[in-house]
Design a protein around this ligand. Structure first.
Ligand SMILES: Cc1cc2nc3c(=O)[nH]c(=O)nc-3n(C[C@H](O)[C@H](O)[C@H](O)COP(=O)(O)OP(=O)(O)OC[C@H]3O[C@@H](n4cnc5c(N)ncnc54)[C@H](O)[C@@H]3O)c2cc1C
Length: 345
């Protein structure tokens, strides 16, 4: 069996709940190629004709704990971790990536759920979008649930994970602006049980990267018990990548509004001045009321902060933004206005 086989290319393969149970040791090391009839080999030694790039991976390891996964990466430094495989397998199939080994994370049950910890939720990196979209999770972190429900078609939501979304760090990653607005942190697992915690924004900005052999284990998110909104604009009807997205959370304890704009830059943008300005206009003691004009002004403030006017020319005149950029700015303004309106309604 090779990458040409549909079961390999189907991202759901990597999701632990889709893998049929086989007798296996706790940490399985499986060679590719002709392995005499296992699920991983063709069993016939026959080459398979394929329009896809030939794979170069030599081994798949399927650990059952986070520390085993880190140890497997240390043992095979050239191997790459794979969770749902929705991003990684697309790169393999398009020939952009030739992993010499894979460490599958789909059987690590400790990172597939969440737990409460000191007013925070500790989310496992292996949580799928489908799981985060369910009502019990939505009651906990509504904006992340909304982002998960908006992420791609059902096949992608069933397999794609929170950790994969963060590690891929694509500008269109729907979870990313939500995590930025929530000021979430990552618990990163390293060798010999080491754990370190960094803000998600540091990873996305490249200030603090994953080091060799490290894995994202958990995401720590504050539980704010207040309205949160995620809105996304796409260039098409039905599931699609974001052209722009806005996550907005209220933090009544600190009388704060936190907002992040996704997809329009390599990482989510926080319009801090607009957040502070609008937070001062909200009557926090009186049903969080705000004058309607403030919603429109907030939308424009956010959009102008994220997509500023061009710098004036030598004669002092300000050139107009190109029509496509102007359209994007209007889209961001509308999303931010609506997000604040919904959060305060
Ligand atoms: C058709 C299609 C539509 C899509 N639409 C959307 C969309 O609308 N919105 C959206 O946000 N995304 C979308 N995606 C992207 C993708 O589904 C998500 O980014 C998904 O969350 C990735 O998770 P995964 O588990 O599949 O990651 P994988 O593909 O398994 O891994 C992605 C990368 O992350 C690394 N990685 C995975 N887990 C960890 C970990 N725990 N620690 C360290 N590194 C790790 C892998 O090594 C790899 O480099 C789409 C993808 C496809 C193919």
């Amino acid at each position: 069996m090779t990458w040409a086989n549909a079961s390999w290319r189907t991202p759901a393969f990597w999701c632990g709940e889709h893998v049929p149970e086989l007798p296996r040791p706790p940490c399985q090391h499986v060679p590719y190629g002709n392995t005499g009839g296992t699920r991983w080999g063709s069993g016939k030694g026959q080459p398979v004709l394929s329009t896809h790039a030939p794979q170069a991976a030599q081994a798949v390891t399927l650990p059952t704990t986070l520390d085993e996964a880190v140890a497997a990466l240390a043992a095979m430094p050239a191997a790459v971790p794979v969770a749902g495989g929705t991003d990684l397998m697309a790169a393999v199939n398009s020939g952009q990536l030739r992993p010499t080994g894979l460490v599958g994370l789909g059987r690590i049950s400790e990172i597939r759920g969440w737990q409460y910890q000191d007013g925070h939720a500790l989310l496992g990196a292996g949580l799928t979008h489908a799981r985060m979209g369910r009502p019990d999770f939505a009651a906990l972190i509504p904006a992340l649930a909304a982002a998960a429900r908006a992420a791609g078609p059902p096949q992608i939501r069933n397999a794609g994970t929170l950790g994969g979304n963060i590690a891929s760090a694509a500008p269109t990653g729907d979870a990313l602006p939500v995590l930025a607005a929530l000021e979430a942190t990552l618990i990163i697992a390293g060798q010999d049980g080491a754990r370190r915690e960094i803000p998600v924004s540091h990873l996305l900005a490249g200030v603090d990267m994953l080091r060799g052999g490290e894995l994202i284990g958990y995401v720590r998110v504050p539980l704010l018990h207040a309205p949160q909104v995620f809105l996304k604009a796409t260039g098409r009807t039905g599931p699609g990548r974001a052209v722009a997205s806005v996550a907005l959370v209220l933090d009544p304890a600190r009388r704060g509004v936190r907002c992040a704009v996704g997809a329009i830059a390599p990482m989510p943008l926080r319009p801090l001045e607009a957040e502070q300005w609008v937070a001062r206009l909200i009557d926090w003691d009186n049903g969080r009321a705000v004058v309607p004009e403030a919603l429109t002004a907030f939308g424009e403030y956010v959009a102008a902060a994220c997509i500023p006017d061009p710098t004036p020319g030598v004669d002092g005149s300000v050139p107009e933004l190109p029509p496509a950029v102007l359209h994007l700015r209007r889209t961001v303004a509308a999303l931010a206005r609506r997000a604040l309106g919904r959060a305060l309604s």
